[in-house]
Design a protein around this ligand. Structure first.
Ligand code: 5AD
Ligand code: SF4
Length: 508
């Protein structure tokens, strides 16, 4: 670790954030978002609300109206959109895919990197003309960006035609927020710094009928120094196992074939229960007995990946042999200033344990290049770790400073061209390993969950293996939604081609 990094390692521990004065904007008595508040993680009680219902006074609010939601970012956001769509429909709105037809438009935003935010501001610019043409149109910004002080400020200043801003902790309040926006001229801002509630019984309009998402927990307490999520999504809080198991059973009964358990750090599942010793391993073990073909989870943190979970995953059945395990960097020094709380050696040890227990496991990862002051040697350590683990593929990113996070205050001596060049080198390695991983399937028969026609060629069907490989093949329409067996005839960098040889009961 160089001097600069040693200093940052200390600074990362003593973060403080300057508060801006919002009071003049909040005549509507709503609580402003505050990073300072978000960082105060206490042992406050988690309240469970089981009784969500659309308030009667708002029933029919959307009669004859249409809604459109554009979703940015991760699966958690996609799933929140399903909930908001459920609420809209409960209010009598109809969905539309065409923004011009909509009476209410929501942008469900992502704050993870600057370019994600820029896309949203660009879209707001485009939507301005719709507001001018259709004064009755309600335009809202929700999701992670709304939880950021700087974003709320920017919208107030530069996008005053936005009607409502609400955050990630209060999507259940959508009926009230819409009502408020219809009633008043000023922008309605309802962003809670307070989190800590788990709301059950939320309505959902799921996007598909083959694969479903199931939240198992909300928030993140890890506070990696580069990451905005602990601020925008609040503290870790788990749903009760019985609620999750019930939801998965229902999805199975409705014919869903695959579920993905969602959480920002699913390995911390259950750590917030004070009346129950029950973790992700226990949950996966319980889900094994449900008659649904595939169960996966996203996203894990190496730190909390315990032996019991590995033991349970090794039992396979409907638990797939694919684990997405973000490493972020292969350098212990960089991992330290990222506050990841593991070293390169500990990560490799964990990988060794997983591979011994599940020899055919497929590992994929997330990597950030160009973290402040990352040296060439440290970057090379990431490259060598990638080779040593033999990841099948990775999502790779250039570090993007996020206001209010400790890393954003670190000075950075790595020029952008160097960061870009490192990303290119890493991506070349990722491609090489991806092709190598695909080649392993040459001539094999794989189980494919068929999702529909291929996006690129309507003549062929497309689906995924248990290990998340895209497979394109000729097959009958009736195969959509089914598990089929496909013989792989050709391998590419990102997909496999094959011929359907039959239906799979299941390869468990
Ligand atoms: N800059 C770049 N990438 C980031 N990620 C999270 N925060 C940042 C950031 N500030 C990446 C991490 C994480 C993934 C979801 O996004 O790799 O695992
Ligand atoms: Fe962000 Fe994931 Fe770290 Fe949580 S564990 S702070 S979501 S990178």
């Amino acid at each position: 670790m160089n001097e600069e990094q040693r200093l940052h390692s200390q600074q990362a521990k003593q973060s403080s954030s300057k508060e801006k004065d919002y009071s003049k904007y909040f005549q509507a008595v709503y609580m402003p978002p505050s990073l300072k508040e978000a960082k105060k993680r206490g042992k406050e009680e988690i309240s469970y609300h089981k009784d969500f219902a659309i308030p009667e006074e708002f029933a029919g609010m959307g009669q004859g109206k249409k809604f459109y939601i554009r979703t940015y970012g991760c699966q958690m956001n996609e799933h929140d959109t399903e909930v908001m769509a459920g609420i809209f429909m409960g209010l009598g709105y109809e969905p539309t895919e065409v923004p011009e037809e909509a009476d209410a438009i929501l942008l469900n935003t992502c704050a993870i990197r600057e370019n994600a935010e820029n896309k949203v501001f660009g879209e707001l610019g485009h939507l301005k003309h719709l507001k001018l043409e259709k004064p009755g149109l309600l335009l809202g910004v929700c999701g992670c960006m709304s939880q950021e002080e700087s974003v709320v400020n920017k919208i107030l200043k530069s996008y005053p035609f936005v009607d409502m801003i609400f955050g990630t902790h209060n999507i259940h309040r959508l009926p009230n927020i819409l009502h408020e926006a219809y009633m008043q001229k000023e922008m309605v801002i309802e962003v809670w710094s307070k989190e800590g509630d788990v709301i059950e019984n939320l309505p959902r309009v799921r996007k598909g009928s083959i694969k479903g998402w199931v939240n198992i927990m909300y928030g993140c307490d890890k506070f990696c120094t580069y990451c905005i999520v602990p601020y925008t999504r609040g503290k870790e809080r788990s749903r009760r196992p019985e609620e999750i198991i019930h939801e998965v059973r229902q999805l199975a009964a409705h014919g869903y074939k695959e579920i993905t358990l969602l959480g920002q750090n699913v390995n911390a599942y259950g750590k917030d229960f004070d009346d129950l010793e029950y973790g992700l391993g226990d949950l996966m073990d319980d889900l094994r007995s449900i008659d649904i073909a595939r169960v996966r989870f996203m996203t894990s943190h190496p730190r909390d990946f315990d032996d019991h979970l590995i033991e349970v995953l090794a039992k396979k059945g409907n638990l797939v042999e694919h684990i997405h395990l973000p490493v972020q960097s292969g350098s212990s020094d960089i991992l330290k200033i990222m506050a990841r709380k593991y070293t390169r050696e500990q990560f490799l040890e964990l990988v060794g344990k997983i591979k011994r227990a599940i020899p055919d496991v497929v590992l994929t990862t997330d990597i950030i290049v160009g973290f402040p002051n990352e040296t060439e040697e440290q970057f090379e350590e990431t490259m060598s770790l990638y080779r040593e683990v033999g990841f099948d593929t990775a999502y790779t990113y250039i570090y993007s400073p996020r206001e209010g996070t400790p890393a954003a205050r670190m000075k950075d001596n790595v020029p952008m061209e160097v960061k870009k060049e490192r990303l290119q080198r890493l991506n070349a390695l990722v491609n090489e390993f991806s092709k190598r991983a695909m080649d392993r399937y040459e001539g094999e028969i794989v189980e494919v969950l068929v999702e529909g026609e291929s996006k690129k060629n309507a003549e062929v069907l497309a689906g995924y293996t248990r290990t998340s490989k895209l497979v394109n093949f000729k097959g009958p329409e009736e195969a959509i939604g089914q598990l089929v067996l496909v013989k792989v005839t050709n391998t590419k960098t990102w997909s496999l081609d094959g011929e359907m040889v039959g239906y799979a009961l299941s390869l468990r």
